[in-house]
Design a protein around this ligand. Structure first.
Ligand SMILES: [Zn+2]
Length: 80
């Protein structure tokens, strides 16, 4: 499945799903590109197999962020 990108507030975003696999291949949350639901079988990013999804958490990933310097956040954007 190809990732779908979109621009939103200057961020290049794509949908990603953090999944827990029913057979416990990965013991923590694993990120799978695209939008998926519990019960779907998807290719495993951690091995060559496929697994059934036990639970999901939909997230968005921003691809065009570069952190150049850490400093105190004193200029929060309005509307966020
Ligand atoms: Zn696996």
């Amino acid at each position: 499945m190809a990732e779908k990108f979109r621009m939103e507030n200057g961020l290049l975003l794509s949908d990603t799903t953090m999944v827990e696999f029913a057979d416990g291949c990965a013991d923590a949350g694993t990120f799978v590109p695209g939008t998926h639901e519990a019960g779907e079988v998807v290719p495993c990013p951690g091995c060559d197999g496929e697994h059934r999804i036990a639970s999901v958490l939909q997230v968005e990933v921003a691809h065009n962020i570069t952190v150049t310097k850490a400093e105190p956040a004193d200029d929060d954007e309005p509307g966020t």
